[in-house]
Design a protein. Structure first.
Length: 61
């Protein structure tokens, strides 16, 4: 979120208000979806690792 705030500040200070509004509307929406997809992939990969470790704990070595 800090990175998104920095990008927002940069766009707002270097471009026109119309460009900034379009970026806020479409740019942040795209960035949010990319973040959500990346986070989902990361969580699913680590959830599988936790499930495998949990099975070993239940059944022993």
């Amino acid at each position: 979120f800090v990175m998104m705030a920095a990008v927002n500040w940069w766009v707002a200070s270097n471009f026109s208000e119309a460009i900034w509004v379009q970026f806020k509307l479409f740019g942040f929406l795209g960035l949010f979806f990319l973040f959500a997809i990346a986070q989902g992939l990361w969580i699913s990969r680590h959830a599988e690792m936790i499930e495998e470790g949990d099975k070993e704990l239940r059944h022993g070595p």
